[in-house]
Ligand binder design. Structure first.
Ligand code: HEC
Length: 179
């Protein structure tokens, strides 16, 4: 919980510093908007898991879908042009390592879909959506690559953590550091 809110918090801090750019073109602005929308949605979800936000399954699912709708092919397509463009922090390594970039975009889709698919109704976030004890050990950046069938058995919270790790992994590899 703590871990995920720290990650989400630092992403929002990044979004806040990205407000103004000089001659940023539409394609760059469009993908940065998508990223900011995903960041807000991740913050909402984090609030539900931590109990800070009053649980509402419809809003929970809608937030997860804000992310899945901007992942996968749509995310990949957002980064086919204007990689080294004005106002963009996209790394040229996206061009060199397209396969890895596209795989991370697909992972984001698979995990965010599972966050939504495993959501259940209730007055409070149902316990079965929480991370199970075995899952804590499975996760982490060095975990074996998961097949779709494995992901379908993830608790919502575990899928959420894996989703956040996918954001972080892609940024580490493909987003330039701000000066
Ligand atoms: C497949 C790679 C990839 C994934 C996955 C990814 N991002 Fe990004 N993200 C990028 C790149 C590249 C940029 C820099 C875009 C640019 O400046 O043109 C970026 C930029 C951002 C920004 C700054 C936007 C701005 O206004 O400049 C935020 C915030 C962000 N991402 C949040 C997220 C969140 C939250 C997730 C996960 C839910 C996520 N990203 C998943 C690649 C990714």
């Amino acid at each position: 919980m703590r871990f995920s809110s720290i990650i989400v918090g630092s992403m929002l801090a990044v979004a806040a510093t990205c407000a103004s750019h000089g001659e940023t073109g539409d394609s760059v602005r469009g993908r940065q908007e998508d990223m900011k929308t995903m960041s807000m949605a991740a913050k909402q979800l984090s609030g539900y898991f931590s109990g800070k936000r009053t649980y509402d399954v419809d809003d929970f699912i809608a937030s997860a879908k804000e992310i899945s709708a901007r992942s996968g092919n749509r995310l990949s397509a957002r980064f086919t042009t204007d990689i080294a463009a004005e106002g963009s922090n996209a790394s040229p390594s996206i061009i060199d390592d397209r396969t890895k970039f596209d795989a991370l975009a697909r992972d984001l889709e698979r995990y965010s879909r599972q966050v939504a698919d495993s959501a259940k109704g209730g007055d409070m976030l149902p316990p079965e959506m929480k991370m199970r004890s075995g899952e804590v050990l499975e996760g982490g950046p060095f975990a074996r690559k998961k097949a779709n069938a494995d992901i379908a058995s993830f608790s919502s919270e575990h899928a959420f953590h894996m989703m956040l790790q996918t954001c972080t992994a892609c940024h580490a590899a493909f987003r330039l550091k701000r000066q």
